[in-house]
Design a protein around this ligand. Structure first.
Ligand code: HEM
Length: 465
């Protein structure tokens, strides 16, 4: 019981896409609920899903309010207008990350040397630029990448067929995760890995450990405020230490693979691998990049951030369509004709509904400043003419599953194109039906973690005639 309270006391590690830690004193005057001396609002906030508490509080306190956790003051922004103002209009001011009181992330990221966790400095700009350039290339029809990519989707379809219409768990690593992970490996190394290879197993292990140990709040977050707990046998700390080892092993394996790939390159063949681009950037004269930056960018920013979010969104999608067959039927009707607006509308609706990264990542202002989400309904993204509403339409503008502004998700384009391809390929070939195990698909009941995921459920993939 006592350890529960210690955890609860300290359970507010990183805050959030919609909450920004402000330095300015005047922010203390914002609407707030009175908390306890020293502990502040710690006991009033839902430990594992703080965003659910904040959504409730916003009904009373309004869209901008402050929250106190231990002696730290946070500002929560919950309306589109307030979030847009902070992340876009004043994006530059709010583009830093809070690294203080982020002990767990510090350990896993080698003291914040990767894109997600580093302050918005020149190294961050350089790393973002190199990665972004290669990510953009992914969908430009480059033959080698396209062949590998088609292969990974065909592999998924075969894996679904092999279930022979028996109930199975699509969150098993051999399905969605495999497809998404190999998309990422293609981007990095221009090759794929089987699920029984050492590198695949280590990455899957790292993904699970990271997802479950870096909860924004809840279990393990006590280490952020009280790092000294590591000297007293803290369980999360032990897990983080072992994850750091796995992270280093994965990096060594990736380097070996990169060397092997170097030897396989044909004369005059363009080297499209992201690892090469990063290595070249590090070798540039006056480069600020170190091997630690590369390791952080590859393992946390590309492998973890790319696979966990996308594969969990896809699993949540499968759960949703078993409960909302009307959504599936409409999708299939369109895929059978030509891919059209219903699918284009389902993707933003999936991202809105599942919101696997509801708190985004902590933003921190680096200067004094001021500021002022039931059932899936893809139709909200369709206009009167049945087409996808324009990007400036209220419902699309208000959708920010990838964040916004200078720190917008680096993989947005890649994630959307993969989700599109995977959803359409499956809709074409299978009717996805409920299996023997069910789990709620209500977004408020998703399992918490660095990325939200669905509780265990099963589906049946019935081949369409
Ligand atoms: C469904 C899939 C995805 C979702 C919902 C998602 C969501 C997000 C969110 C909410 C943020 C925080 C933005 C902010 O701080 O304002 C973020 C940042 C980031 N994402 Fe994603 N993401 C997805 C896929 C990907 C993929 C495929 C990659 C890489 C290949 C990626 C790499 C990153 C990186 C590197 C950042 C940090 C950007 C920075 O701090 O400058 N994400 N993502």
């Amino acid at each position: 019981m006592e350890s529960y309270w210690i955890t609860a006391l300290c359970s507010f590690g990183a805050i959030i896409l919609s909450a920004i830690w402000i330095r300015r004193r005047s922010w203390e005057q914002l609407p707030n609920y009175r908390g306890l001396p020293v502990f502040g609002n710690m006991f009033q906030v839902k430990r594992e899903r703080p965003e659910l508490t904040f959504t409730e509080w916003a009904k009373d306190l309004g869209p901008v309010f402050s929250v106190k956790m231990l002696l730290k003051q946070f500002v929560v922004l919950i309306s589109f207008e307030a979030i847009y103002e902070a992340l876009v209009k004043k994006g530059k001011s709010f583009s830093d990350r809070a690294t203080k009181d982020a002990f767990r992330m510090g350990k896993l990221s080698d003291q914040f040397v990767n894109i997600v966790s580093m302050p918005a400095n020149s190294t961050w700009v350089k790393l973002r630029k190199v990665c972004h350039k290669k990510i953009k290339m992914y969908d430009t029809g480059m033959k080698r990448i396209e062949d590998i990519s088609t292969g990974t989707i065909n592999h998924l379809i075969e894996a679904f067929k092999n279930t022979k219409q028996e109930s199975f768990n699509p969150s098993d690593y051999i399905y969605m995760y495999n497809t998404v992970m190999n998309t990422i490996m293609t981007l990095l190394l221009c090759r794929t890995f089987s699920t029984d290879s050492g590198i695949f197993k280590k990455i899957a292990h790292f993904e699970q450990g990271f997802r479950l140990n870096i909860l924004p709040a809840g279990r393990g977050a006590e280490l952020d405020f009280c790092p000294w707990l590591r000297f007293f046998g803290n369980e999360t700390y032990k897990q983080i230490q072992s994850l750091v080892e796995v992270r280093n092993q994965i990096w060594e394996l990736i380097k070996e693979e990169a060397l092997r790939g170097d030897k396989l390159l044909q004369e005059n063949e363009e080297d499209v691998r992201l690892v090469t681009a990063l290595k070249d950037a590090m070798a540039e004269e006056d480069s600020e990049l170190s091997e630690k930056n590369l390791r952080g960018a590859v393992i946390i920013d590309i492998v973890f951030a790319g696979t966990s979010t996308t594969s969990n969104s896809l699993c949540i999608y499968l759960n949703i369509i078993t409960r909302h067959p009307e959504v599936q039927t409409k999708l299939q009707e369109e895929v059978d004709k030509v891919v059209g607006s219903e699918i284009m509308a389902t993707i933003p609706e999936l991202l809105r509904y599942s919101s696997v990264a509801p708190l985004g990542a902590t933003h921190m202002s680096h200067e004094d400043t001021d500021i002022q989400g039931k059932n899936p309904q893809p139709e909200r993204f369709l206009g009167d003419d049945g087409g996808l509403v324009s990007a400036s339409h209220h419902n699309r503008r208000h959708l920010m599953p990838f964040g916004a502004g200078p720190r917008v998700c680096l993989g947005e384009v890649l994630a959307k194109s993969r989700i599109f391809l995977i959803i359409t390929s499956l809709a074409q070939k299978f009717d996805i039906l409920p299996g023997k195990v069910s789990a709620p698909c209500d977004p408020r009941l998703l399992l918490h973690g660095a990325v939200l995921s669905s509780a265990k459920f099963e589906i049946v993939a019935k081949q369409r005639m």
